[in-house]
Design a binder for this molecule. Structure first.
Ligand code: HAM
Length: 418
């Protein structure tokens, strides 16, 4: 009987060797600046109570209204695969009372997120983010630091062709003043019912509408940046001042709309120029009301999510991904079954001493095994026959130039050191 092959679900992104090495490199480059700034790992479930995202992310968003993977579990509870990380972090912070200790709570996370979007290059249904959240302190210098950490991650990747866009959504007073005028303006437009309904929940969403006729109409809409209260304006000026001092360039984009409803104050996006339509490689901002909305105290927070898949695509486009793949210090070829045990323990000793070793498995000819050693890129190769095993004297072939060194087992590690 012949079984049919099973394929990966549509729109998921997976990383297999050798590409997975590049993926891992990108993820580490993005995480490193956060670790160096004192952010600590938070490892969270990939599924949560659906109410968390309905309430936290907002019902007017595409993410909640169209893109969530929601299902009933065996206990009849509504569960959703996390479409983003901030709501889950906030849930965990509240649940574990982390916000009753030292502030800000500073955490980072990395992992899979799920959105049922139409798949295309750079847009997947399962994608990866590295994110940080700093919760409990409202201070423009923290906003600048969070942006700087994201920026450093992209710089670590060697990226150059990206820009940072920032704006401010102000405080509640600023948004209320703007909302009145924006609603009045929107009421004069020719909109379909669904769009009107979205506008009622969050009128800023209409700035994000991709349809040309709506874009055209919105070109004259009042901008929130012109409605900032004195406090919000000062705050935004400070953030920009700190970024200037850090040498981080940015453009102010007063029409930026983030895809999630919890944002307030400073918001930002990193846009890469070489990625076509899916150009957002990261984004984030401050969220004043999220903790309270999720049943916690009223504390502000700020964070970002960086798209690891897109950052990798950007690094490939800019040819900044190192070509390194795994190569071992020593490739061991045992001759015959009686030398396999010796090869295993030799490899174990080498690995315990912090060096890497691979073994030729199976019963290939010496010629075949040598070919494998060559392909593996190992620095040295040792063939272990009865004589080598009994005498403890090995012949090491240096693959870069073919030189053969005669080495005692006891001296092997010092040779591999160099
Ligand atoms: P977001 O802008 O929705 O923000 O996502 C952050 C990044 O994830 C995007 O800039 C993009 O690079 C990547 N991304 C999003 N959707 C996809 C997709 N379908 N395929 C590939 N990559 C994707 C958030 O998720 C917020 N939680 C960020 C944040 C943290 N704000 C405050 N704290």
């Amino acid at each position: 009987m012949k079984f049919e092959k099973i394929q990966a679900p549509k729109g998921v992104r997976e990383y297999l060797p050798p590409e997975s090495t590049s993926f891992e490199w990108v993820r580490e480059q993005l995480i490193t600046p956060a670790k160096r700034a004192g952010y600590q790992l938070m490892e969270l479930p990939v599924f949560e109570d659906t109410a968390l995202f309905n309430r936290g992310v907002g019902e007017s968003t595409d993410v909640v209204s169209k893109e969530m993977y929601t299902f009933e579990d065996r206990g009849g509870r509504s569960i959703t695969l996390r479409p983003e990380g901030t709501a889950g972090v906030m849930r965990a912070v509240i649940e574990s009372n982390l916000d009753r200790g030292q502030l800000p709570v500073k955490v980072f996370y990395s992992g899979q997120f799920f959105r049922a979007e139409r798949p295309q290059a750079g847009r997947y249904r399962q994608f990866y983010q590295v994110g940080i959240e700093a919760i409990g302190i409202d201070d423009p210098s923290l906003d600048a630091e969070v942006i700087a950490i994201a920026d450093q991650g992209f710089k670590n990747l060697g990226l150059k062709n990206y820009r940072l866009e920032i704006t401010s959504l102000g405080d509640a007073q600023s948004r209320a003043a703007h909302r009145v005028d924006l609603m009045k303006f929107i009421a004069t437009l020719d909109l379909d019912e669904a769009t009107k309904m979205r506008a009622d929940i969050n009128p800023l969403r209409i700035f994000d509408d991709k349809r040309p006729e709506i874009r055209e109409q919105m070109s004259k809409a009042p901008l929130l940046l012109d409605y900032l209260s004195d406090n919000s304006r000062k705050n935004f000026e400070s953030v920009k001042g700190y970024l200037d001092a850090l040498g981080i360039s940015y453009v102010v984009n007063p029409r930026m709309v983030r895809g999630l409803d919890y944002y307030t104050g400073t918001t930002f996006e990193f846009v890469h120029e070489g990625l076509g339509a899916q150009s957002g490689i990261g984004g984030g901002g401050r969220y004043d009301g999220l903790m309270e909305t999720l049943g916690g105290q009223s504390l502000s927070g700020i964070g970002f999510g960086l798209g690891v898949d897109r950052a990798l695509l950007a690094a490939i486009a800019e040819e900044s991904v190192p070509l390194a793949s795994f190569t071992s210090d020593l490739f061991i070829i045992p001759l015959g079954d009686e030398n396999k045990g010796f090869a295993l323990s030799l490899a174990q000793d080498i690995r315990r001493a912090g060096k890497s070793a691979e073994i030729a498995f199976g019963d290939r000819s010496l010629k075949g095994a040598m070919k494998g050693a060559d392909k593996s890129g190992a620095r040295f190769v040792a063939v272990i026959g009865d004589e080598e095993r009994d005498s403890g004297q090995l012949e090491l072939k240096r693959m870069s130039d073919g030189t053969v060194l005669s080495v005692k087992i006891g001296e092997l590690l010092s040779v591999l050191e160099n």
